[in-house]
Design a protein around this ligand. Structure first.
Ligand SMILES: CC(C)(COP(=O)(O)OP(=O)(O)OC[C@H]1O[C@@H](n2cnc3c(N)ncnc32)[C@H](O)[C@@H]1OP(=O)(O)O)[C@@H](O)C(=O)NCCC(=O)NCCS
Length: 67
């Protein structure tokens, strides 16, 4: 899943509302047990929005830059 809301409309609940509708659709359409999303750890706004939607950190991906 990728989420993007135009900057001037952020913080008005658009993501929360769209996510809720998408989740309802998925749960009706498929026998899913979890939804996985990835987000950069320094993207505090997205992490906040995802936590508000019920997601919790589970897996830590570590990266080493070699160039
Ligand atoms: C992450 C993103 C999709 C959230 O969309 P949104 O419509 O602004 O989210 P909501 O309005 O539903 O807000 C959800 C929570 O995040 C907070 N929030 C979201 N964007 C914010 C911002 N720019 N500044 C402050 N708070 C913000 C809201 O206040 C709300 O928390 P609260 O109810 O505790 O106040 C949006 O910020 C975005 O498009 N970011 C750039 C793209 C990006 O990083 N996408 C994620 C890639 S993984």
């Amino acid at each position: 899943m990728d989420a993007y809301v135009t900057p001037t409309f952020r913080g008005r609940g658009i993501f929360t509302s769209l996510h809720s509708r998408a989740e309802e659709y998925l749960l009706r359409a498929e026998p899913i047990k979890l939804i996985r999303i990835t987000v950069l750890s320094n993207n505090a706004e997205a992490v906040h929005a995802y936590k508000k939607a019920g997601y919790e950190p589970e897996e830590l991906i570590m990266v080493k830059k070699v160039v």
